[in-house]
Design a protein around this ligand. Structure first.
Ligand code: D5M
Ligand code: FE
Ligand code: ZN
Length: 569
């Protein structure tokens, strides 16, 4: 079985409380007996959390371990995973498909989902991936900044800071993080402030397209005038004859806008959500009391958006919804994923972006306790930390919380508290709020857990947003330039001076989770990825026919923004 020795070594080290760099594991595995190697490496690492290549060399060179002669390597433990090609074993991950490349400049929408069998067979034959050897051009890479004055980190004690591993990703840059900036105390007045900020910033995106007037000025205009307005959707109702009245609100008042059912853009009413920001152009009725709409604009992503790419071959694994502590946590799939990250095939995967729901939590949904494997929330995080230790210690990890995590539920959610970071401190991970913009190798990734997707899917027509195509629901959020447009429903919103949920800057990649379905595609050149989960179907999901996509790891090429999905079930 390929990489069996790696796996056993990682397991051994994890059980001793150590995390290990990929290169260290490779060195030790080549040295022979995994148990002996783990003991020697643990001795060398001492109090450090992470077993580095230096520790491994010390273990080997210092005679703590006897190097196994090449010829004694067992034939079923090839040192290169390619040797095992064709094997049905999935422990190294099965590449299931590649996203379609977009014609350049096109606003076309590629799509991906794991549902079709053809995807699987087509893609396994696809060998478009760079071979591990070509990916070793790691030299010339900017070295990780040694300045660790970074509040998103856990502890300076982590041994990764001066580790010499094969991966040395420059740190992620984080923006739009509410952590430590929260101003809200929950007063009504503060909600007004949040909505004013939303209006200010989203109307700013629309101002170049219309010559808008405030609602109170439009109210005072004579009948028959041309009028243009930008407002948040306050109400949507249909008239007896099947037309639509959309009430728009700005900071001065509201104004009713009539969309006739026979207008070409009338179907756009189906895409509207309350509280989103729109611009309209039209003519006032004879009595001046309503506007007949001639055109309608969403803030949207410009079709000309040109995403940034990395200038070297490097990849990021985008995952979410691990749900450790649940009886349905997919342990086997997770272990295979973590093992695969230690293989040469995964050496370009230098970043791991985790989009919330690390643990199952407690009391998140009614009757959830009946399916808990671990009932104490802190023990759940401890168990999660053990799972995280299986991931190579030299990867850059960024985590945001989700609705199952032990932080405030209302969005924007601040990052994990000090206490929880301490528990998860084995890796020198970055902890940031939900949502946050995380830039790696020049590529900006908007990370948002995705609770609003339930709402978008419930409110919008099936072809626009569904659980089977979660990326299409993400397109709607991009079009509205807000990650949780509708206030007052399922998604709880906290009043903050700034509306952190506005998508100010167009991201290169939009990454969400929450709905436990895998799907990806491009919207106006922005790659939207909803990353599936690591939890098998729960009783609730069974009762409502949600068939989760668990055990998939979308792997993003940061230099091309191509996606490869690896399957570990
Ligand atoms: O939710 C995963 C998905 O399942 C998401 O689409 C919400 C839905 N879900 C799961 N459990 C429930 C209950 N009990 N009520 C309503 N909706 C539910 P996640 O929050 O990531 O577990
Ligand atoms: Fe989840
Ligand atoms: Zn969730």
């Amino acid at each position: 079985m390929p990489q069996e020795s790696h796996r056993r070594l990682v397991e051994e080290l994890t059980s001793r409380g150590y995390n290990a760099e990929r290169e260290a594991v490779t060195l030790l595995a080549n040295a022979g007996d995994p148990e002996l190697a783990a003991t020697a490496a643990a001795d060398a690492a001492g109090d450090a959390f992470v077993v580095t290549t230096e520790h491994a060399r010390e273990a080997i060179d210092g005679g703590l371990l006897d190097r196994a002669p090449e010829s004694e390597a067992t034939p079923d433990e090839p040192s290169h995973p390619e040797d095992a090609e064709g094997s049905p074993d999935v422990s190294t991950g099965v590449e299931i498909s590649k996203s379609q490349q977009q014609a350049s400049g096109s606003g076309g929408e590629g799509k991906g989902s794991p549902s079709s069998e053809t995807d699987v067979s087509e893609a396994t034959a696809d060998d478009g991936r760079p071979s591990p050897s070509s990916a070793t051009a790691n030299d010339g890479r900017p070295s990780p900044s040694s300045a660790t004055a970074d509040d998103g980190r856990t502890s300076p004690s982590s041994a990764t800071a001066d580790a010499v591993g094969s991966r040395s990703p420059p740190p992620a840059d984080i923006r739009n993080d509410v952590t430590g900036q929260s101003t809200g105390t929950g007063k009504y007045k503060e909600f007004v402030g949040t909505f004013q900020d939303r209006y200010e910033r989203l109307s700013g995106l629309l101002r170049g397209r219309v010559n808008h007037r405030p609602a109170e000025a439009i109210q005072a205009m004579p009948g028959g005038s041309d009028a243009e307005m930008i407002g948040l959707v306050d109400d949507i109702r249909s008239t007896a004859s099947g037309h639509w009245i959309v009430e728009l609100e700005d900071t001065t008042g509201t104004f009713p806008c009539l969309i006739m059912k026979d207008r070409a853009f009338a179907p756009l009413v189906d895409d509207m959500l309350l509280d989103e920001c729109l611009a309209v152009q039209g003519t006032l009725a004879d009595d001046g009391g309503i506007m007949f709409v001639d055109s309608l604009h969403f803030p949207d992503v410009p079709r000309t958006h040109k995403p940034n790419t990395a200038d070297r071959h490097v990849q990021a694994a985008l995952i979410s919804d691990i749900h450790v502590g649940s009886q349905e946590f997919a342990q086997g799939a997770w272990d295979r994923f973590a093992e695969w990250l230690h293989t040469p095939e995964a050496e370009s995967v230098e970043y791991l972006l985790i989009c919330g729901d690390m643990v199952e939590g407690v009391g998140v949904y009614p009757d959830q306790d009946e399916e808990l494997d671990i009932v104490d929330i802190y023990e759940q995080y401890e168990a999660f930390a053990e799972e995280l230790k299986k991931v190579p210690g030299d990867m850059e990890i960024v985590m945001i919380p989700g609705n199952h995590d032990a932080v405030r539920l209302a969005e924007p959610q601040p990052a994990f508290t000090e206490e929880l970071r301490e528990i998860m401190s084995a890796h020198d991970a970055r902890f940031t709020g939900n949502p946050s913009t995380v830039t790696v190798e020049g590529v900006s990734v908007l990370m948002y857990h995705g609770v609003s997707l339930d709402e978008v899917i419930a409110e919008l027509p099936e072809e626009k947003a569904s659980y089977d195509d979660p990326h299409k629901a993400m397109y709607q959020l991009l079009k509205k330039r807000h990650v949780a447009p509708q206030y007052g429903g399922h998604t709880r919103v906290a009043p903050e001076e700034k509306d952190y949920l506005v998508i100010d800057e167009v991201p290169d990649v939009f990454h969400t989770g929450h709905v436990h379905k895998l799907g990806w595609g491009k919207y106006h050149n922005v790659l939207a990825v909803n990353s599936g989960c690591w939890q098998e179907q729960t009783d609730f999901q069974k009762s409502v026919n949600i068939d989760p996509d668990y055990g998939y790891a979308p792997i993003l090429d940061l230099d091309t923004l191509d996606m490869t999905v690896r399957k570990f079930v």
